[in-house]
Structure formats: C-alpha cells, structure tokens
Design a protein around this ligand. Structure first.
Ligand code: PMT
Length: 420
C-alpha cells in the first residue's frame, strides 16, 4: 500500500456525499481549498452557491475542483426532471455552509426558504454545519447571536469564527477558521461517541534540555503520534488534556486543554498535576532521559586546542515509572521506541513500569515513527497478548490503541465488579 493510499484510507469523509453551501462573504474564496481537501479525502462534493456568493467567486472554480456541476439557480431540475434541492438533500450525508453569512443564518433561523440553499437546509434531515464568517460587530449583534442559539437548540452544528485581521480593515472575531479545523469538525460529526465517559491525558512531542542558551538536547519527535491520539480520543467524545513538548505541528481543535512544556522536568510536573482526574494516561512523548548537570547561562565557548568536550549529564525523572507506582484504577499506556529486540524490550518496559498496554515502535524502520504521518506498531497487553498493527496513518493507529484501551477499561471494570 502506498503512503498516499494510507492517508486516504482512514478519513470518515471517504465516500461520503457532502454538500458545500457557499454564501456571500469575502471568505468564500477559502472554500475552494475546503472543497479540494474534501475531494482529496475521498468525499463526493456538491457545491451550492447563493446569488451573493457569485459576487465573490465563480461556479466554474468549484465545478472544476469538485468535478460536479455547481447549483446556483432555485428552479433547476436535476438529471433532467428531478427537483434539485430534494434530490441533493436525499443523497447527502452532511451539509456544510462555508462561509455562513448573518443573512443565511437569519433566514434559516426564521424558516425562510427563498433560494436553493436555504430551501435545501429546510428539506434535509442530515447534519447541517454552519461555519460563520463576518464582521465582528455583525457577529456580536444580538440578532445574530439569538438566531445562532435558536439554530443550535434545533440541533444545527456551529463553529465559532476565529479572531484576527478582518477583510473590512478591523480586527476581532469573525474570520473563517482554518480549513483543517473545519475538516476536523466535519470528521467529528461522523464519528460515534464511545468514549464520552472517559478522561484521557496524553503526552506528546519531544522534550528539550538546554546545554546553554543556544544549544539543546532533543530528539526527532514531531508530536504527530500524540496529537493523533488526543484528536481521536476527543472525536470519540473523551475529555482530553494534552501535555506537549515543543512539537512542530499545530493541534487542529480548540476544545481540549493543551499544556505546553519544554523540559522533561516540566513534563513530569504537568503530568503529576493532571493525572489525578484522568482515567486513562497515554504517554507517546519522547522524553529525554538525561539533562545537563550544570546550567550554563552564557553560550559555551571553544576552549584551547582540544577536539573534545565533555558534558556531564544527570538522569531525568522517569515520568511513566513514577505514574505506574500511583496508578490505582487508571489505564496507563506507554510507548516503546526501539531500534532492536522490539518485542522483548517493550515487554520489559510494560512489566517494569506497571503499565496496562505498551505500543512498541520500531524507530529504525524507514517511513514510520519519528516525524512520519504513518506508523506501524505492535500493541502489547498486560496479559502478554500482542497485536501487530500494519502500516497505517497515525490517526488510524490512534483509534486502534483507543480500542485496546476500551477493552482494558472494560476488563478492569469487570474485575472490580467481581470483587463486590
Ligand atoms: O512524535 P512523532 O514524530 O509522531 O513520533 C512518534 C514517536 C516515535 C515519538 C512515538 O511513536 C514513540 O515511540 N514514543 C515513545 C518515545 C520514547 O521515549 O520511548 P522510550 O522507550 O524511551 O520510553 C518509554 C515510555 O516511557 C514512553 O511512553 C515515554 O513517554 C516514557 N518516558 C520515557 C523517558 C522518561 N524519562 N520518562 C517517561 O515517561
């Protein structure tokens, strides 16, 4: 399987019929990228534009990107004789309106159906997701907010606009959120929520230990594996806290607690502060085992003619080992980054650190592990049972790990119940 196929295989949007409604806002040009990303994920996209949207962007652009005709006329028949808005809403899996103007929100909230898009919203039973973008004052107007509340109460999905510079020259809330964040919410809408009762703590990324103000000891972790675990746990309904070292990627959601740390000691303190409220702890972070014994406040200079320099290192706390001693009923999942004797070394860590599950990662293998979008792991349970997970995206691996966590939680609950 090619790596590109791996990426496409996982998305919940694959093979879905998605209707993208575009209304008349300056952010309409950004919707082209959303349509492109949706088709890349394997969705079949149908674009519906209002008359005002066509003042900003043309149907030709969206027809070219989506590969489907763009609908913008109210009285257009589908496939010769079928009524367009009924046919489309019948085949759709999700309808997303990007950008959603105050006008469109107001129309739907008040039952007005006077163009193709608003008529289709009335006619559909599939999830409808509004992504508003407008001037800050319009966004905060009482009428717009009242309409949004009304629609939320009726079961419509909404995403808050982002803050920043606006096209009208002002600054504030009203910008279209990043396309990646919109896609994440669309995936979320399709995901069944089977972890709603769980609180999950995830560590991710590298740690960084300073040698002097300009040099450090770190590793190649990008944070992708940990972010995927946090993202999938959140999508499945868990309450998630992510403790992350200096990762090279952005987290695509703002509805989880994110704690940023730099050093292993800071990560340890953050874990110890947050683990108590968590029922599940998943430690994907690549923590530096050592830090410099002495802190150098100034840049170290080359001295004399010697070709060598000695750094004295001191052991960092073994965070997961510490956690294993106070874990009580929690499920603790460790990762083992190995370059040899994968299974034996991982099993030893599982036992020594009192873990429930260890995910063994062969970090010497090309195309997986550090920095890659994909991974290939072995999930080893406390019982010794091991499951080989083939090359998949890190998101899919994260879901398989979460399935193992669910099984472990169920077993623990059953054992607890048998006691009483
Ligand atoms: O971030 P990516 O680029 O996506 O890369 C993902 C990954 C390769 C970092 C990830 O899949 C992985 O293998 N993470 C574990 C890295 C690691 O530090 O392995 P380890 O075998 O040294 O540590 C074992 C476990 O102890 C890990 O859960 C680690 O978080 C934890 N640990 C390690 C050292 C330490 N001082 N304290 C710890 O808690």
């Amino acid at each position: 399987m090619t790596l590109q196929a791996v990426e496409k295989q996982f998305s919940m949007l694959k093979d879905k019929e998605i209707i993208v409604g575009i209304t008349g806002g300056i952010a309409a040009y950004k919707t082209a990228d959303l349509v492109r990303q949706l088709t890349k994920k394997g969705a079949n996209v149908h674009v519906v534009m209002t008359k005002n949207a066509m003042e900003f962007v043309t149907p030709l652009t969206f027809q070219t990107i989506s590969g489907n005709p763009v609908i913008h006329k109210m009285f257009e028949l589908f496939a010769g004789s079928k009524i367009g808005h009924i046919t489309l809403s019948d085949i759709a899996d999700q309808l997303v309106i990007v950008p959603a103007t105050a006008n469109m929100i107001g129309k739907v909230a008040n039952g007005i159906a006077d163009d193709f898009l608003s008529t289709m919203v009335m006619a559909t039973t599939v999830p409808v997701f509004f992504v508003p973008s407008m001037n800050t004052k319009m966004w905060s107007s009482k009428m717009v907010q009242a309409n949004i509340e009304k629609l939320k109460d009726a079961g419509y999905e909404f995403m808050e606009p982002a803050s920043g510079d606006l096209a009208c020259g002002t600054e504030g809330k009203g910008r279209l959120p990043a396309i990646e964040e919109i896609l994440e919410r669309m995936e979320d809408i399709f995901t069944s929520k089977d972890l709603t009762e769980e609180t999950v703590l995830v560590t991710a990324g590298p740690t960084m230990e300073f040698i002097d103000p300009v040099r450090c000891i770190t590793n190649r972790s990008s944070g992708k594996m940990g972010y995927a675990v946090a993202k999938m746990a959140k999508r499945r309904g868990a309450d998630v806290t992510l403790i992350t070292g200096p990762a090279t990627i952005e987290f695509p959601r703002n509805d989880i607690d994110i704690v940023h740390v730099t050093t292993a000691c800071q990560m340890r303190d953050a874990v110890m502060e947050h683990y108590k409220k968590a029922g599940v702890v998943i430690m994907t972070a690549a923590v530096a085992d050592f830090r410099c014994r002495e802190e150098n406040c100034q840049k170290i200079k080359k001295k004399g003619d010697s070709n060598y320099m000695t750094l004295e290192l001191e052991k960092n706390p073994d965070i997961i080992g510490e956690l294993g001693k106070v874990k009580e009923q929690r499920i603790i999942v460790g990762f083992a980054a190995e370059t040899e004797n994968l299974l034996d070394n991982a099993k030893e860590k599982l036992k020594k650190k009192n873990l429930d599950i260890i995910v063994a990662n062969d970090v010497a293998k090309a195309g997986i592990g550090f920095g890659s979008d994909n991974n290939e792991v072995m999930i080893i349970e406390k019982s010794g049972k091991a499951k080989q997970v083939p090359l998949l995206s890190k998101e899919e691996i994260a879901n398989i790990i979460l399935d193992s966590v669910k099984k472990a939680l169920k077993n623990k609950k059953r054992i607890k119940e048998d006691w009483y």
